[in-house]
Design a protein around this ligand. Structure first.
Ligand code: GLN
Length: 264
């Protein structure tokens, strides 16, 4: 079996270690003898490359880089990207990426950046004097059917851990939130929602990077990608995640959430 991991603009969009999501997916495939090829979807990439990927990963970016990306992500590239997500391939998009998958992002300074409109959400930065949303974030995954599938996989409520650092505040329209904030700001620090979930695309403010901190999400992405590609349900061999689980437990303890999350 083989998966092609499309990585959006690696040199422009990888803040706070988001490349760790790509490394995590590739490594968890390799441990299971699934060939995983990383395909950079950047300014040099032909539009057709966007058609030929099985998972898409997009990291965070600063406002300036987001603008450069959106000048390039137009026409056939944007259309092929949209078609792959609509067709159901999974993806994980962090911070600056979901802002660009939404309707628009209004930066602290400068012009509004029009997004792809794939997700019904809007993001506005309240200005250079507003404080940023920074810190560890913990949220319960609630989006359907993701939450049910994860609950079945884990045998318990799926809780994600991460780290957020954003100025933009995101407000959801007609799209499911990814989860409910337990600790941190999430989309805007007001309504208690974190991220968004559409088709099989996970949009989140959570860096960390997200997947090594929450390996069950990496496995959900791999499993979904294989199911979509080979059109048959595939169950993954279990890996030894004891180190990741210990790290999760340490973080839950530090955040004084150990009573809430009994089993990391
Ligand atoms: N530039 C965006 C913001 O500050 C995204 C930041 C990021 O991706 N970490 O809201």
């Amino acid at each position: 079996m083989e998966l092609r991991i499309g990585w959006l603009y690696p040199t422009l969009m990888s803040t706070y270690g988001d490349r760790g999501n790509v490394i995590c997916l590739q490594q968890r495939c390799q441990w299971r003898e699934i060939t995983a090829t990383v395909v950079p979807l950047d300014r040099q990439a032909e539009a057709d490359l966007f058609k030929n990927v099985d998972i898409i990963v997009g990291g965070g970016a600063q406002d300036r880089q987001q603008e450069i990306v959106m000048r390039d992500l137009q026409g056939a590239k944007a259309e092929n990207f949209r078609q792959r997500i609509e067709a159901g391939i999974p993806g994980v998009f962090t911070c600056g990426s979901p802002q660009l998958l939404g309707k628009y992002y209004e930066p602290a300074l400068g012009q509004r950046i029009e997004g792809l409109g794939l997700l019904d959400l809007e993001t506005k930065h309240p200005g250079i004097n507003a404080s940023r949303c920074i810190g560890n974030v913990v949220f319960e995954l609630t989006a359907s059917p993701l939450a049910e599938e994860l609950r079945e996989m884990l045998g318990k409520t799926p809780i994600a851990l991460g780290f957020e650092n954003h100025g933009g505040r995101t407000y959801l329209g007609n799209v499911s939130p990814l989860g409910k904030v337990i600790k941190g700001y999430g989309n805007n620090g007001e309504d208690g929602w974190e991220g968004a979930f559409y088709r099989h695309a996970i949009a989140t403010y959570s860096h960390g990077p997200l997947l090594p901190k929450n390996p069950f999400l990496a496995d959900w992405l791999i499993q979904t990608a294989l199911k979509e590609k080979y059109q048959t349900p595939i169950s993954l061999t279990k890996l030894d995640d004891s180190l990741a689980l210990q790290a999760r437990q340490a973080m839950f303890n530090r955040l004084e959430l150990s009573s809430l999350v009994k089993n990391p």
